[in-house]
Design a protein around this ligand. Structure first.
Ligand code: FES
Length: 135
């Protein structure tokens, strides 16, 4: 993972824009640095839709489990919404709002992304660098 920008507004490169095929989603298990300096798991799902990218915490609002019960299987059978693999709630791609299922009316937590030089980057958070999290 690469770090770009100033200390106050770091963009953390997560993957290349082209690493996620169009109309697909990919999960990432990252590690966040808390305000108190502690580390906290930060699983996210990144959706690529044409030239746009969206990201949400990979956490179903119903029970808090990961959405992909099979690794990187995030979509409903029509490939138009995100879907929780546990009870099948579905979520709008662009808003994260649950439109059908047990958590209807609640929403996935959005994650701020930007694309810089062909890299999808997370912003507005402090992440643990890979070399820091290995030990
Ligand atoms: S845990 Fe996701 S719909 Fe129930």
């Amino acid at each position: 993972m690469n770090e770009r920008g100033t200390q106050s507004n770091i963009a953390y490169a997560i993957c290349g824009f082209n690493d996620i095929p169009n109309q697909r989603a990919m999960g990432f298990h990252l590690m966040l640095v808390d305000e108190d300096g502690g580390y906290r798991p930060w699983p996210i799902v990144v959706v690529r839709w044409g030239k746009r990218v969206f990201a949400y915490l990979n956490k179903c609002p119903h029970t808090g489990v990961h959405l992909d019960w099979e690794r990187n299987q995030f979509f409903d059978p029509l490939g138009m919404r995100l879907m929780c693999g546990k009870h099948g709630s579905t979520f709008e791609l662009g808003t994260g709002r649950c439109v059908d299922g047990r958590c209807k009316g609640s929403s996935l937590t959005p994650v701020a992304l930007t694309v810089l030089d062909g890299e999808i980057c997370a912003t507005g958070v402090r992440l643990v660098e890979e070399e820091d999290s290995s030990g």
